[in-house]
Write a protein that binds this ligand. Structure first.
Ligand code: G2I
Length: 356
């Protein structure tokens, strides 16, 4: 148990989520009875929800959450039952948190963080520095002024959430889709060191948060973009730039399919001495084909000891940024899809082996 808690695993959240069910008993009985009831409730939920099953493997299972859906009872019911990590889908981005320069706005993001804390879920922060979803004032800056604005933004936001974030996507999508280089952006034009400056700034503001580099199309080991990110992480580790994790977004579809070497990619990043997290998983398709791919992704993560968790990019297909591709685990009515069952079965396979 200590080991699970020390890793900050979902065992804590499984216990937390069992509390409402035990409330009546708790009022009537003594400490020993409460403890026994919690234990029974916890083991009863293990293996039957994504979060509890992932926790049994020393991992988390998360979802992107939109603050404006927290009033949707079906949505919240699934969220609270199945997940033990959340990522604000848009609410922590630069345009949301600093709409005017130096004026910070945390209402929507705070709502998600409060919901997570009240329900025993942890939070992945997304994202501190990104070329997209910048407020207009930042889009219009360049050079030293933009660099200073980025540093101030990271300092302010990471300080506001200090102690509440399991992992930050410090920098998002900084590499070009082809050619093996950086993506051109206003941030890139402030100097090639902008990424390491972002990581050092985040570390100074919240030393306990894991600091991640997050990107898409970095799943196939043979792709130039994957190699480019790998080389940056290797360089950061060699030079002592503070980086703790790599996020593979893993948005899969016919143009960017699940690659057969995905496990190799996870293993190779992990071998650099960073955690690997699947941060925005969605897989377009339906039925058994989609379910098989979801199961493969879960099995790949479980095969790599430093693959510490999986986050899907939304709850129901209708919540997805790619809704027409029906890429998620629940249908529009909130019913479990075959993909859900494949994920749960993959998480439960092999019994209750201890976390790696
Ligand atoms: O594009 C999928 C994801 C790729 N990786 C980074 C993620 O941050 C990104 O998430 C998506 C959100 O799922 C969308 O919800 O990021 C999009 C923006 O880049 C989000 O879309 C935006 C719309 O473009 C806006 O028009 C809208 O106001 O969502 C906003 C809030 O609903």
């Amino acid at each position: 148990m200590d080991k699970l808690l020390a890793r900050g695993s979902g065992s804590l959240s499984a216990a937390a989520r069992s509390r409402p069910r035990t409330a009546v008993v708790s009022m009537m009985a003594g400490v020993a009875v409460i403890a026994a009831t919690v234990a029974v409730a916890t083991s009863a939920s293990a293996g039957t929800t994504l979060g509890a099953s992932a926790a049994e493997k020393g991992r988390y299972f998360g979802t992107a959450v939109a603050a404006n859906k927290l009033s949707d009872a079906t949505y919240v019911g699934i969220l609270n039952r199945e997940f033990n990590m959340v990522t604000p889908e848009n609410e922590m981005k630069w345009d949301a948190t600093e709409p005017s320069q130096g004026q910070f706005s945390y209402t929507s993001a705070d709502r998600i963080v409060s919901h997570a804390q009240a329900n025993g879920m942890r939070v992945r922060g997304h994202a501190l520095a990104w070329h997209s979803q910048q407020p207009g004032w930042a889009q219009n800056l360049s050079g030293t002024a933009l660099r200073q604005a980025m540093v101030n933004h990271i300092t302010q936001v990471a300080t506001h959430y200090k102690g509440k974030i399991y992992a930050w996507d410090v920098v998002n999508e900084a590499f070009a889709d082809s050619g093996g280089g950086r993506r051109d952006s206003n941030l890139q034009r402030t100097g090639n060191d902008w990424i390491e400056v972002a990581f050092r700034t985040a570390r100074a503001a919240d030393p306990a948060a894991k600091l991640c580099y997050n990107d898409y199309n970095t799943d196939n080991w043979t792709w130039e973009k994957t190699q480019a990110v790998y080389n940056m992480v290797k360089d950061f580790k060699a030079r002592g730039v503070p980086i703790d994790c790599v996020g593979l977004q893993s948005h899969f579809n016919s143009g960017s399919p699940y690659p057969s070497n995905y496990r190799t990619t996870l293993q190779n990043f992990a071998a650099l001495g960073v955690d690997v997290q699947i941060t925005e998983l969605d897989i377009e398709g339906s039925g058994s084909t989609q379910a098989t791919t979801y199961g493969n992704v879960v099995r790949d993560c479980l095969a790599v000891s430093r693959c510490t968790g999986i986050t899907v990019w939304g709850i129901r297909d209708t919540d997805s940024w790619r809704a027409s591709g029906t890429p998620l685990l629940f249908d529009g009515n909130g019913n479990k899809k075959p993909a859900y069952t494949a994920v749960l079965d993959a998480l439960n396979a092999g019994g209750t082996t201890p976390p790696p």
